[in-house]
Design a protein around this ligand. Structure first.
Ligand code: SAH
Length: 355
């Protein structure tokens, strides 16, 4: 059988894998063992499955493939942020980032190849959306970035954010399945509390998250609390305006008992005035939330500029004075285009390190 005709073994559920073994005339228990190798021990090679005998490994190789993602290149930023391009089995490239801090090690992962939302300030927004990532491609990014945390910093991975390429809520089923592999005891066993899915605001899917009773955290890329301004920078706002997104978030918070995070990039002369802060305050008051004010990371097109730091601090202080939890987040990894919104598979030959 050629590789193309073979089934990706990681697309099978535990039940299906057990069934495949029973059909072969083997014990269902073997299926369980292989499943453990795949998801708990992150094996990407059948020969690594040391408690599976050679005959069975050969049978597995004959029938199945493991379409793992591969590190294409790896860059280390001056501030310790590590970014990599990951090559997918069909040739596409996505990016993932490790953001080290004193108290945490955060993996930033992609959910789609490219993005369909065309947010005006985001580098990924200039790429076409080519396809959704599969649950195992999402899982693989976490496994690889987790490895860097240990290898470079001797620390375990503590947090995961879906803030790489793509809109996670437009790849809903696969993102949830990927998170299931990352959190379940049969998988990596990480805590859902340490996972944040970031969305540009797909109201229907935010409600679905609540109905599905998800345990992870949700962030909204808000960036303007005024429909006219938000329409200008995020076309998704035309079909999912602030009222619709606000209502979906209220529903989410009510049902899950969670607080959401608003991400708000401060752009020079656009959304950082006192009037803007007042609008953000009004929007934030109706929803249990905290606000992260983010520095704009240049994407090279010169359309936007980052806001003045003093203005950002005043903006944040205004929210705080009025009872909203607000923090300024300075960006990381800018020198290697690893910061938020800079992921667009731009190749940087300098600072390139081989795996
Ligand atoms: N589609 C999802 C996840 C990807 S974006 C979403 O929109 O939330 C992850 C975060 O990076 C978002 O808050 C996004 O608005 C922010 N971002 C995009 N471009 C940026 C830029 N140039 N500078 C700073 N943050 C940016």
């Amino acid at each position: 059988m050629t590789d193309i005709q073979k089934v990706d073994i990681r697309s099978l559920s535990l039940t299906q894998l057990k069934e495949a073994f029973v059909q072969k005339g083997d014990k269902a228990f073997r299926g369980q063992q292989v499943y453990e190798w795949l998801w708990k021990k992150s094996a990407i090679d059948f020969d690594a499955m040391s408690n599976i005998n050679l005959e069975t490994r050969n049978w597995l190789k004959e029938k199945f493939v493991i379409q793992a993602i591969k590190v294409e290149d790896k860059q280390v930023s001056n501030d310790g942020t590590i970014k990599s391009g990951f090559r997918l089995h069909d040739g596409f490239l996505v990016e993932g980032v490790l953001i080290p801090a004193d108290d945490r090690m955060t993996a930033c992962v992609s959910s789609q190849v490219g993005c369909s939302l065309t947010c005006k300030f985001c580098a990924t927004g200039t790429m076409e959306r080519m396809r959704n990532l599969t649950p195992d491609e999402i899982y693989d990014q976490v496994v690889l970035i987790k490895g860097w945390a240990m290898q470079h910093y001797g620390k375990p991975l503590t947090n995961i954010v879906f803030m790489g390429m793509g809109e996670p809520l437009l790849n809903y089923a696969n993102v949830l399945k990927g998170i299931e592999k990352i959190t379940s005891p049969e998988g990596l066993g990480m805590s859902s509390d340490r996972i944040t899915v970031s969305t540009a605001g797909i109201s229907k899917m935010i409600k679905k998250l609540a109905d599905d009773g998800v345990k992870f955290n949700l962030a909204l890329s808000l960036h303007a609390a005024n429909d006219i301004k938000r329409d200008q920078i995020m076309p998704i706002n035309e079909s999912n305006n602030l009222k619709a997104v606000g209502e979906a978030l209220k529903y989410f918070c009510n049902k899950t008992g969670k607080r959401v995070t608003f991400e708000y990039i401060a752009f020079n002369n656009f959304n950082e005035s006192l009037k803007d802060a007042k609008e953000l305050l009004d929007f934030s008051k109706q929803i249990p939330c905290k606000v992260n004010i983010i520095e704009y990371n240049p994407t090279g097109d010169g359309k936007f500029e980052k806001a003045d730091s003093k203005k950002i601090d005043q903006f944040c202080a205004y929210l705080e004075r009025n009872g909203i939890i607000a923090r300024v987040r300075r960006s990381r990894g800018k020198d290697i285009d690893a910061a938020c919104g800079q992921l667009a598979n731009k190749k940087h030959d300098e600072a390139l390190v081989n795996e």
